[in-house]
Design a protein around this ligand. Structure first.
Ligand SMILES: CC(C)(COP(=O)(O)OP(=O)(O)OC[C@H]1O[C@@H](n2cnc3c(N)ncnc32)[C@H](O)[C@@H]1OP(=O)(O)O)[C@@H](O)C(=O)NCCC(=O)NCCS
Length: 129
């Protein structure tokens, strides 16, 4: 059964293209992880208002396959703020062109951890907001 997209704004929306497939013709998991890192870093950067680097990608779960021409939407929120690190949880949904975009499904979820760094690349505290 088709799901509904979350009510909040997607952090990132992108169409899966033929150049994003693996040797078997399926969308490459690494492509989706890369989109997840981009989306997570947007949420983290907005929060810390500064430079972050990815320190870990955890709990990445590929729930359903992504197909070429699917619209892929990534939703993210701050899950935890540590001293210098910030954890972003992501949910990934698709709208399927092959079903006139009426078919919506959650295809992945993940957590990314970022560290707030200074110009020398050293971790610095995240200011409470
Ligand atoms: C991220 C980096 C700056 C951390 O430097 P560090 O001196 O090892 O920092 P620390 O050990 O003090 O850890 C910093 C924070 O990251 C957290 N952290 C470190 N490793 C982690 C992991 N595997 N999972 C989750 N959190 C982690 C620590 O718990 C700490 O969080 P806190 O301050 O909120 O308690 C450094 O490892 C680095 O530059 N890594 C490369 C980053 C990068 O280039 N990413 C892109 C890869 S293409």
């Amino acid at each position: 059964m088709s799901q509904q997209l979350p009510s909040e704004h997607a952090i990132l929306r992108i169409v899966a293209r033929p150049t994003d497939v693996n040797a078997d013709g399926d969308i490459f998991g690494g492509w989706l992880m890369s989109q997840g890192d981009i989306a997570g870093s947007i949420v983290a950067t907005r929060y810390v208002k500064g430079h972050v680097v990815t320190v870990a990608a955890t709990n990445f779960r590929f729930i359903k396959p992504v197909l070429v021409s699917d619209i892929v939407s990534l939703y993210g929120k701050v899950k935890h703020v540590g001293t210098t690190s910030i954890t972003i949880s992501l949910d990934v949904y698709i709208e399927r062109k092959a079903h006139d975009y009426d078919f919506i499904d959650k295809v992945a979820e993940a957590e990314f951890v970022y560290v707030h760094i200074d110009k020398q690349g050293k971790p610095i505290p995240i200011q409470a907001i």
